[in-house]
Design a protein around this ligand. Sequence first.
Ligand SMILES: NCc1[nH]cc(CCC(=O)O)c1CC(=O)O
Length: 318
Amino acid sequence: MTEPKKLTIATRASRLALWQAYHVRDLLIERFPGLQVNLLEMTTKGDQILDRTLSKIGGKGLFIKELETALVDGRADLAVHSLKDVPVDLQSPFTLAAILERADPTDAFVSPNYHQLSELPAGAVVGTSSLRRESQIRAAYPELVVKPLRGNLDTRLSKLDKGDYDAIVLASAGLERLGLADRIASRLDVSESLPAAGQGALGIETLESRSELIEMLAGLANPATTACVTAERAVSRALGGSCQVPIAAYATLTDNAITLNALVATPDGQRVLRSPRTAGAEGAEQLGNDVAQALKEQGADEILAALQEPTQPDDKKA
Ligand SMILES: NCc1[nH]cc(CCC(=O)O)c1CC(=O)O
C-alpha cells in the first residue's frame, strides 16, 4: 500500500476557509513528516452571489460544488469544510473521511455598544445571515428588528462598523479562527441561540475510492465530536433540512451519553418546537432520527413545508 507523498487541499478562498485549510495542512504535516501539502484556492457560487439570501439561491451546496468537482477531476485530493456547510445528504462518490475536534459551538453577539441581546432597546436592528438565528432572536425578543446580513466575516463586521446594524450575531468559532475574538461582546447561551448542526467542527471530504487517503485522514478525527455531530446531522437529514432552514441541533457527550437538543421554528419566532433527548453514544444516528420524529409529531413538517412555498413573503427582509 502506498500512501500519497503529496496532497492538494481544495478550499474556498475566504479568509476563514483558508485558515481552516492551513490548519488541516499543519495537522497532516505534523502527523506525516515529509508529506507535501498544497492548497488549491477556489471561488464558489456561494461566494460570488452576495445580494440574495442563501435560502433563495439554493442553499449550502453552493459552497462545496466547485471543490467536489476538483476532487473528481483529480486537481485536489481532499476538501476542508466548515461541517455546518456540508450538506447532510453527502453522497457517493464523496465521503466525509474525518470530523475534527469541535471549537466553540456557540453564536457570538457582536456590538460596539451593547453587551448582550437582552440589553438592546426596542427597535434595535440585529443582523444575521441565518433563519435559525433569526427565528430564535424573534421568539425571545419580538421587539427587535432582524435584518439579513451576508458576506464573509470581514464584510459582516464592516457592515456593523458602518452603522447598518446595532448588533450582529455570527458563529464564535469563525471569529476565533480569524483572531477576531476580541470583537465578541458575549457568547449566546445555547438556550438562547441553539447552534446549527455541526457548528464549530471541521469536516474533511474526499472520494470514497481513496482508501489509503481515508486511512491517513482517520487519524485526525475526534471521536466525541464525531458522535455528537452524527446525532445533529441525523436530525437535519430526517427533517429534510438540505436548504437553509430554521433547524438547530446541538449535542454534547458526557460519560458516553449524548444529550441532543434540537428545534424547528418559524422565521417569525411564533412557533418554536423543541425535543431534547439522551441516548448512548453508540446510538447517535438513531437518537437524531428519534428527535426528528418527535419534532415531526409536534408539526415540524408543516413549518418546513410552508418555507418551501415560492410565495414566501421574505421580500420584507430585503
Ligand atoms: N454560514 C457560514 C459559516 N460557516 C461556518 C462558519 C463559522 C465556523 C463554524 O461554524 O465552524 C460560518 C460563519 C457564521 O455562521 O457566522
